[in-house]
Design a protein around this ligand. Structure first.
Ligand code: 2U9
Length: 337
């Protein structure tokens, strides 16, 4: 009987081919209420001589089963790992799946280009809220109560009296209020106006800048803007024209044009009688300085503002401002982004 028990157990272990089944076999023979425990129980009813010899046999069977189970477990575990490795093998020579790679959006690209130029001239970058109050968007900028820009058709007003900023000048008002002059910073970001056509989108991007220090004159403004335009349009001798203009927040004010034309879609920068407006600027109005607690007798400065879409359209020959916001990768690739 003992021999057949051993043969049967070892046979079962040998033919077992998964770990779960092996555990069931172990419990069947070696578990607390298993076959071996049952045989051990029988020892009590035997005389001393038989108990000794029967005990030795049972023990020998138990050891044989235990050893066989351990060997089989090791064998099955090894096989399991080898199979897993074989399954997870990566073929590094397989060709890659075709995938569409994203690229940086032209607006972000142009903002980065402009930030880099002004950063090299010591300007810091400031950010602020897109939902603004009347004071930071209009009043502090010397824009009177009855100014047309405040009217409903230009500005998006919220039911609670707040508005979507119409320029990033509000960011500069906040920065000027929180810092002590001298300072120079730029504020790029989204702005909102109630208008939409080929050249106007209700949301567009602006970059405004400001420098405040002692003894700042229009010569500094002209030098800074000319340097910027040379570097942005990558031309040392770019024709630049400062044309008198009016903004409530600067006095005197100017609009800046570059001498250029377009031949077969390509931007030709040359003085040929054709001028293209690129930005607005001026000396920061004394009222604006007073509104943020700066004495205009002690500090003066200049400010400038530019539309990012406009500059991107000019530099990269893009025709319709609305195409910036349709998120068509083919369009981006067409313009080399
Ligand atoms: C403060 C004081 C003055 C910023 C300026 C302009 C002139 C300007 C337009 C260009 C195209 C806006 O995007 S656009 O429509 N901007 O012409 N912006 S001076 O002057 C400031 C700004 C902040 C506190």
């Amino acid at each position: 009987m003992e021999n057949s028990l051993k043969t049967e157990a070892l046979e079962k272990i040998k033919s077992c081919n998964n770990l779960k089944e092996l555990e069931e076999i172990r419990l069947h023979y070696l578990g607390k209420t298993g076959v071996i425990a049952g045989e051990m129980k029988k020892l009590g009813s035997l005389d001393q001589e038989s108990r000794k010899s029967f005990g030795a046999v049972i023990n020998e069977i138990k050891i044989a089963i235990t050893d066989s189970l351990a060997a089989k477990k090791e064998e099955l575990e090894k096989a399991f790992i080898l199979e897993k490795i074989a399954k997870e093998k990566i073929d590094v020579t397989a060709p890659i799946r075709p995938e569409i790679k994203g690229t940086i959006h032209p607006i972000s690209f142009v903002i980065d280009e402009i930030v880099e130029i002004f950063a090299s001239m010591g300007f810091e970058v400031e950010f602020g809220p897109e939902v603004e109050d009347d004071f930071h968007n209009f009043t502090a900028l010397n824009i009177p109560e009855n100014h047309p820009a405040r009217q409903m058709h230009d500005t998006f007003y919220m039911p609670n009296g707040m508005l979507l900023r119409t320029h990033t000048s509000s960011v500069e008002i906040r920065a000027m209020t929180n810092k002590k002059p001298p300072f120079r910073f730029i504020a790029p970001g989204r702005v909102y106006r109630c208008e939409s056509d080929m050249t106007h989108s209700p949301m567009f991007h602006q970059l405004e800048g400001m420098l405040i220090d002692k003894d700042i004159t229009m010569a500094h403004l002209k030098g800074c803007i000319t340097e910027f335009l040379q570097r942005f349009f990558e031309r040392d001798n770019i024709p630049v024209r400062f044309r008198p203009s009016f903004f409530p927040f600067t006095e005197p004010s100017a609009e800046v044009d570059i001498g250029c034309s377009r031949k077969n879609g390509e931007l030709i920068i040359e003085e040929n009688g054709n001028w293209m407006e690129v930005l607005g600027c001026g000396m920061t109005h004394p009222n604006v300085l007073r509104n943020v607690g700066i004495d205009p007798e002690e500090y003066q400065g200049f400010a400038f503002g530019m539309g990012i879409e406009r500059l991107a359209m000019l530099k990269y020959g893009i025709g319709d401002v609305r195409s910036f916001f349709t998120s068509d990768v083919r369009w981006m690739k067409h313009y080399g982004f």
